[in-house]
Ligand binder design. Structure first.
Ligand SMILES: [Zn+2]
Ligand SMILES: [Zn+2]
Ligand SMILES: [Zn+2]
Ligand SMILES: [Zn+2]
Ligand SMILES: [Zn+2]
Ligand SMILES: [Zn+2]
Length: 200
């Protein structure tokens, strides 16, 4: 009676334990681990992963090599520095100044800063006229100075006249008589009295 009870007790324990154990024993398992990251790597420290065998439940730990630096993008004036380790990873870019003009000493194509060491080019002025001031046709800077008149030559009917503003200069030119009449205005030559009356 007592032996039977003992045997049953042992049997129960064995059954209970074997129910908990997987079918394959850990020793002969070609483990297939499922890894989870237990510590993220940084640029200056290893990370760790814990693996659990999907077949036998055995566990293992492995290291993950250093991660990338957590670096901000460099700008014209600031280098790329890792937020984790503080090291300068990427050098600053430096400004990329464009060509200077009469109104800009050269502007950086990245940040828009004007080159403090640059120099302006000279203005490019229009010739101007008596009605238009001389201006820079690049930046529009106005000198306030007018150009000269566009004087047309004098004729027998009007003195030398500016074609733009109408200003006159001097006096009319002499008539150009041919055969007693001016070929420009048609006036009769008073000096020739023998000419017959206008029959036109
Ligand atoms: Zn296994
Ligand atoms: Zn770093
Ligand atoms: Zn810049
Ligand atoms: Zn200009
Ligand atoms: Zn004029
Ligand atoms: Zn005339």
């Amino acid at each position: 009676m007592k032996r039977t009870q003992t045997f049953l007790a042992i049997l129960l324990v064995v059954l209970a334990v074997s129910a908990l154990l997987p079918v394959i024993s850990s020793a002969e398992c070609a483990h297939t681990y499922s890894w989870i990251t237990t510590k993220e790597p940084t640029c200056s420290s290893y990370g760790t992963q814990k693996g659990t065998c999907t077949k036998c439940g055995a566990t293992a730990v492995r290291q993950i090599s250093y991660g990338d630096h957590n670096c901000n993008e460099p700008t014209c004036e600031k280098p790329g520095v890792c937020k984790t380790c503080g090291r300068t990873i990427k050098p600053k870019l430096g400004h990329s100044y464009g060509a200077p003009t009469c109104y800009s000493r050269g502007t950086c194509s990245r940040c828009g800063q004007e080159n403090p060491h640059g120099s302006y080019t000279s203005h490019k002025f229009t010739t101007g006229s008596c009605v238009n001031t001389k201006k820079c046709y690049v930046c529009g800077y106005d000198t306030g100075k007018y150009g000269g008149h566009s004087m047309q030559p004098a004729t027998c009917t009007k003195p030398s006249t500016c074609s733009l503003c109408g200003t006159t200069s001097g006096s009319t030119a002499p008539h150009q008589f041919q055969n007693g009449r001016c070929i420009v205005c048609g006036r009769r030559d008073d000096l020739i009295n023998s000419l017959p009356d206008d029959d036109m």
